[in-house]
Write a new protein. Structure first.
Length: 98
């Protein structure tokens, strides 16, 4: 039975550290953008936590496909367009900031 590919330990650790630090900026910026663009975003998502999770997910994908790409043999992460935001579950929690 073939094991699915996983991210190596060092890039996963770097991703966790950078994501943890970036959440201090991403969450307030996503909140402000959500308030400013609420009427435009309303047709895609009514939920602020869902929007913040979408921003966090795409930020992680940009790290995996950008600066961490040389360290990851087969990056499988794909960006999620805004029109598919309803597929997101709320995975970004306040405990992620700790």
């Amino acid at each position: 039975m073939k094991r699915p590919p996983t991210m190596p330990d060092v890039p996963a650790f770097i991703l966790a550290i950078v994501r943890g630090l970036a959440l201090y900026l991403l969450i307030p910026l996503a909140f402000v953008f959500w308030i400013v663009a609420f009427l435009w975003l309303f047709r895609y998502s009514k939920s602020l936590p869902q929007f913040i999770t979408w921003v966090d997910y795409n930020f992680c994908v940009s790290l995996i496909r950008g600066p961490l790409r040389p360290l990851i043999p087969e990056p499988r992460a794909e960006w999620l367009p805004l029109r598919r935001i309803k597929e997101m579950t709320d995975r970004t929690k306040l405990v992620d900031l700790l």
